[in-house]
Design a protein around this ligand. Structure first.
Ligand SMILES: *Cc1c(COP(=O)(O)O)cnc(C)c1O
Length: 401
């Protein structure tokens, strides 16, 4: 008996996760720590299964985007250090401390508030300093090496009694080489980061953990690993950008699948779906698939995407609706209700890489996996066995996550 309803679902391979983890682990020096980035529900793969698996493989740290995600990891039994990469309201200092969560500190005013709440609650909060070397998002601004402002401010923050500044990091804007084919900007950012660290050392301030490499830089810039790397997308077996196509033996973990719910013959002149944007020119066989944009199948795929059925391409015709869409299966033999359909990934129905899928609607693999809807069950495989499933809405035990 299936532990999930085979309507639309995502198969997730923990074997591939393990393979990717080991590939990265072998790529970086043994003394370099690995921080597994599991924000956004492990890039849509289901953090409930992904994080414990990564912890069992040996991940040293976990990174999330906010405190809810950090607390979720604690309830899942993650005992390793956790870094919140983004903003947490300062009044939560006590929660951060109580759950051994490390918070990113990105400006002096925020640091002051966090320190003052920590003092009030009589705790010390562990923090990593974020430096903005060119991303212009959050962080102490350090865009030129002749500017000492960041040095002065960070020195002040490191002297706040109720903060323990154990790490410092920055984030690259174009390490995937998409907007920076020669990697000049990555090197500039790295130079600025090292320059600042050196200036701080001259002030007697040293950090236990200095880190800057996301997936792309982890693979491409071995000289920049420092004390820790922060891979996300490659853990899940996806390429950081088209530059990486086929360069590393990454194995995608997710495969999105559905089934045929109805097959019908349409006559010339028949329209399909909302807005009547598709009109049959001849007699065609159309199959309805129970997947729509509420499942994360992008509406932008209307009249341009395709699915794979028994290794044949079946183009999406008409608009993708909230819960359903229609594909043209003319000429594909024996299509019938209940037949499996591959939306992206690779299985016995063929191969449609998530990168190719994403390009069809002018997006990227990162977005495609993150937007897979919460009503799509995730089904986990390890060593050839189905080892569990994740149902956000309802499961066979009548329990939800
Ligand atoms: C998301 C994120 C990462 C991981 O990025 P990938 O490209 O998925 O490897 C690393 N560092 C920070 C600060 C991030 O926000």
């Amino acid at each position: 008996m299936n532990s999930f309803l085979p309507r639309t679902w995502a198969d997730i391979s923990l074997d591939h996760l393990e393979h990717n983890y080991r590939l990265i682990r072998n790529h970086v020096e043994p003394n370099v720590k690995m921080m597994a980035v599991v924000k956004a529900d492990a890039y849509g793969h289901g953090v409930k299964f992904i994080a414990p698996a990564l912890q069992s493989f040996g991940a040293d740290w976990f990174a999330v985007s906010n405190i809810e995600e950090a607390l979720q990891l604690r309830t899942l039994g993650i005992t390793k250090d956790i870094l919140i990469l983004g903003y947490t309201p300062a009044f939560l200092a006590k929660e951060l401390h109580a759950n051994q969560i490390t918070q990113t500190v990105f400006d002096t005013e925020y640091a002051r508030q966090l320190a003052s709440y920590a003092e009030k609650d009589d705790v010390v909060v562990n923090v990593h300093i974020k430096v903005d070397t060119g991303m212009s998002r959050i962080g102490f601004l350090h865009h030129a090496d002749d500017d000492d402002t960041a040095k002065t401010e960070i020195t002040r923050v490191c002297n706040f009694k109720n903060l323990n500044c154990s790490g410092i990091f920055t984030h690259f804007a174009s390490s995937d080489l998409d907007g920076d084919p020669n990697g000049d900007f990555v090197r500039l950012q790295f130079h600025l980061f090292c320059d600042l660290i050196q200036k701080l050392e001259q002030e007697g301030i040293r950090f236990e953990l200095r880190h800057c490499c996301n997936s792309a830089a982890t693979l491409q810039n071995k000289d920049m690993h420092l004390d820790m790397v922060r891979p996300g997308i490659i853990l899940y077996g996806m390429e950081p950008s088209s530059y990486f196509r086929g360069r590393y033996d990454l194995k995608p973990c997710m495969c999105l699948k559905s089934v045929v719910s109805m097959v019908k013959t349409l006559q010339p002149g028949d329209f399909v779906s909302y807005g009547r944007t598709y009109r049959a020119k001849q007699t065609i066989t159309a199959a309805t698939i129970p997947v729509g944009y509420a499942d994360g199948y992008p509406r932008a795929m209307s009249n341009c995407g395709y699915v794979l059925i028994k290794k044949h391409k079946a183009p999406v015709i008409g608009r993708v609706c909230m819960d359903q869409m229609v594909v043209d299966v003319t000429g594909i033999p024996d299509v019938c209700e209940g037949m499996e359909v591959l939306l992206f990934g690779s299985d016995s129905n063929g191969c449609l890489p998530v990168e190719t899928f994403s390009a069809l609607y002018h997006s990227i693999n990162y977005e495609t996996v993150c937007i897979v809807g919460k009503r799509v069950p995730r089904v986990y495989y390890h060593k050839g066995q189905q080892i569990g499933s994740l149902n956000y809405v309802y499961n066979a035990d009548g329990q939800c996550i």
